[in-house]
Design a protein around this ligand. Structure first.
Ligand code: ADP
Ligand code: MG
Length: 315
């Protein structure tokens, strides 16, 4: 290394795991002007940060998620991810990037209902390969290899499911259990980033907080960043370090979650807050948070989402 080598670990920006630069996504339409789903959005996400992307239906959240995950090419702009030296480089040509995994709203659609759970999770270790339980795989923590079966069981344990679930079929699982399996599958390659597109929106209200707590614990334990999409700003109050508010494809407001929620600057953000009847500002979520360690200090110990249900409750 020379004297002017970049990115000493302590330098600001050294722990950026995602940079979106001036992203534009247009969908061409027959006989009319293209739909601009994402309109010049730039943002950064830090290591181990939970970045909440909030906005109503049609605001461009899923489109942005698909670009970040590599399923869709930008019309303009760049997605930058760290290379092996931690230097941010454009992701072009990095489809299916191991460092970015995704959890969808309906995880069932991304699982063969007849597949056994060990296979659903096992695919993450050996994509496009014939799977056997005895195959050795990297355990995600280092060079040590373990059998696929034991790696899968360790992931199940991590997401709060019994090891015996390894032999169940996807169709036998409840919504919450499917979402835990989807999370285990996303975690398996130990990505830097998990893109979560409305991952609790299709779950029963009673299970939502439990799954949000699980995401938060996993972030604390494993240190991945969550690009966490929700139309519900009260979810952000529980979970996010920072939020970006999307409206008509544009990022209209962003900042530490508690600041944006307690003191929204944009009219659209105020409307989003007003639209959640059960969201009692100042009494729950953002208003009650311990301010230390939030908003850009990803290593702070965040409080748990408010819930009386134990995280590993059967659901
Ligand atoms: P959100 O996830 O916030 O609900 P989306 O990213 O799904 O928003 O959609 C943003 C805009 O882009 C909407 O106007 C939507 O109709 C449009 N859109 C999304 N996907 C497509 C597509 N494949 N073709 C045409 N328009 C699309
Ligand atoms: Mg969407």
């Amino acid at each position: 290394m020379t004297d002017n080598a970049i990115a000493s670990p302590a330098s600001p920006g050294a722990d950026v795991v995602l940079r979106i630069e001036d992203l534009v996504v247009d969908f061409p339409m027959a006989h009319r002007a293209p739909v601009r789903a994402v309109d010049h959005v730039s943002l950064e996400m830090r290591k181990a940060e939970i970045l909440g992307i909030v906005g109503e239906s049609g605001s461009g959240k899923s489109t942005m998620a698909r670009v970040v995950a590599g399923f869709l090419e930008p019309t303009e702009g760049d997605i930058l991810l760290p290379d092996s030296d931690g230097k941010l480089v454009p992701r072009s040509g990095k489809r299916g990037h191991r460092d970015v995994q995704m959890v969808f709203q309906q995880s069932a659609v991304s699982m063969n209902p007849r597949s056994q759970v060990w296979k659903v999770i096992g695919e993450a270790y050996s994509p496009n390969r014939w799977l056997s339980k005895g195959r050795s795989v990297a355990d995600g923590h280092g060079p040590a290899a373990v059998t696929l079966e034991s790696a899968v069981k360790a992931e199940l344990h991590r997401v709060g499911l019994p090891e015996a679930y390894s032999g169940k079929r996807a169709a036998e699982l409840s919504g919450g259990e499917k979402q835990r399996v989807a999370i285990a599958r996303a975690l398996a390659p130990r990505p830097l980033i998990i893109v979560c597109d409305e991952p609790v929106s299709s779950l029963d209200v009673s299970i939502r907080a439990v799954i949000l707590n699980l995401f938060e614990r996993l972030r604390d334990e494993l240190g991945m960043a969550l690009f966490f999409i929700s139309h519900d700003i009260s979810v952000m109050a529980h979970l996010a370090d920072r939020v970006v508010v999307m409206h008509d494809g544009k990022a209209v407001e962003s900042g530490p979650a508690r600041e944006v929620i307690d003191n929204p600057q944009d009219d659209y953000t105020r409307r989003l807050i007003a639209a959640v009847p059960s969201f009692e500002r100042g009494s729950r979520g953002a208003g009650q948070r311990n301010g230390a360690g939030r908003g850009g200090m990803p290593h702070g110990k965040p409080p748990r989402a408010a819930t009386s249900a134990p995280e590993n409750a059967s659901n």
